[in-house]
Ligand binder design. Sequence first.
Ligand code: ATP
Length: 370
Amino acid sequence: MTTDNSGDVRLSGISKTYGSFTAVHPLDLTVPQGSFFALLGASGCGKTTTLRMIAGLEEPSGGTVHLGDQEVTHLPPYKRPVNTVFQSYALFPHLDIFENVAFGLRRRGIKSVKKQVEDMLELVQLGEQARKKPHQLSGGQQQRVAVARALINHPKVLLLDEPLGALDLKLRRQMQLELKRIQTEVGITFIHVTHDQEEAMTMADTVAVMNAGRVEQLGSPTDLYENPNTTFVANFLGTSNLIEAEVDTKNGDDIVLKAGGGKLVLPEARCSAPTTTGGKVLVGVRPEKISLTHADDAGEIAEGRNRITGRIADSSFIGVSTQYVVDSPVCPEFEVYAQNIDRDARLVPGAEVVLHWNPAHTFGLDATQD
Ligand code: ATP
């Protein structure tokens, strides 16, 4: 059996400098055929420049771009089997929706476009809107026209540059699911640029988190969330509680660390820091993995759980859960908040508590990195 890899995107040592400024450091990245891939990062991290080098809209300063077996590094955009959807939909205002979508086919001299355009409008669920002009559609509908127009020539790869950036939050969430559905249906490679971590996590199979022109970590949304390798990734994706600790000893597959007067256990496989005795590690745990027990009931906490003591500084009921801010001697500069806890009338500001969690939900970061 042969595997179709013609939509694989392979970047080898690709880089971009502007004068003495390096926007993208040499980058190796493979995006497999048929995947929904997100380049995620804060403004200015180089994600758009990376996308534009794949599109052919930006000449790389070094390295190569391959689509499947074909090297396209220096090909102009129109000669690459890719298409791009931008945040500004750039629809033709004087043409109706049908003609906007048909444009790419007509430009290639294709005469009978009806069936293809109708199928594409069905795909993006705009079959009823074919004869409207762009200004008669909502922002989300216009964005779907832009997607249909980009897909009509069957590119091997669709590049999306903050395509939902102009939409309000509710519409944005709908369109995230909609784009995911479309990608699954057409089965081609989508590469999506966004600064919105929730958007990347909702849509993508694989996310590359970029920081200052480099890919800081690559993985599935679950991997990145549950096992971040750097403080940047831990803080960029969701909320992390980070506790300064020192490696004490090893116990089978676990590392035992000293934190304040107590001990914490961390699976060695989940630690990206050196694990030699005396090494400094930031021990991380996500807020929703933590349980909170009043100090008077500490004896009821099961053996083998990581635990730290503290005092509730604040609590807020937000419907599905209560969030607590806890000041603890082991993380004086950090506040800990915990969710999804059975409500206990004694868990009010000032109460002495024990925070505890399963060591399997702990990750370890290098405390000496930036
Ligand atoms: P945003 O979300 O704000 O678009 P980004 O992560 O996509 O950010 P890029 O647009 O890739 O970032 O830009 C990366 C860096 O390169 C930025 O610091 C930007 O100012 C710089 N840059 C981009 N284009 C040019 C250019 N033509 N000349 C000089 N510097 C540039």
